[in-house]
Design a protein around this ligand. Structure first.
Ligand code: HEM
Length: 128
């Protein structure tokens, strides 16, 4: 887990977030329209916040659990209606952005990132 946190510290900057959205918005035709009205200056901080929440949950922090559940509810059928099949796309785009922006990225680090993110994403999916 500490390798993932270190990687987050190397990448949690505006250039990383821009890279992520440049990949994510075109990753699936359903995605760009969802962000039509989005204020990207605000959304940039929210991406890093979301990553932080998932990592806190992966570390077993109680506050992480509440935050992950809240995020799941926000993205659920009743609110933003983000279907569970969209989450793997989000993860793959995040990994691509990390691979480009973290100079220490490696297949081993990728596996650790995926494992850490998936714990919280599983919870978000159950809230759909
Ligand atoms: C586990 C992965 C994800 C995390 C951690 C995450 C995190 C967040 C956060 C923190 C917000 C801001 C919530 C707020 O306003 O308080 C947000 C908003 C949003 N998310 Fe996600 N998200 C994830 C996956 C996705 C996916 C897969 C999609 C769509 C394909 C998506 C679409 C959106 C949209 C459309 C908004 C609202 C943007 C706006 O305010 O205009 N998210 N997300």
């Amino acid at each position: 887990m500490s390798e993932v946190i270190d990687s987050f510290h190397r990448t949690c900057n505006p250039a990383f977030v821009e890279k992520f959205y440049s990949i994510f918005l075109d990753a699936d035709p359903r995605i760009r329209p969802l962000f039509k009205k989005t204020d990207f200056e605000r959304q940039k901080g929210l991406l890093l916040h979301g990553m932080f929440v998932l990592l806190q949950y992966a570390e077993g922090k109680a506050v992480g659990e509440m935050a992950v559940e809240r995020l799941g509810e926000l993205h659920s059928r009743k609110r933003m209606n983000i279907t569970p099949d969209m989450y793997p796309i989000w993860v793959d785009c995040l990994i691509k952005a990390l691979a480009e922006k973290d100079p220490k990225f490696s297949p081993a680090l990728e596996a650790k990132w995926r494992r850490a993110l998936q714990k919280g994403i599983d919870v978000m999916m159950t809230k759909y």
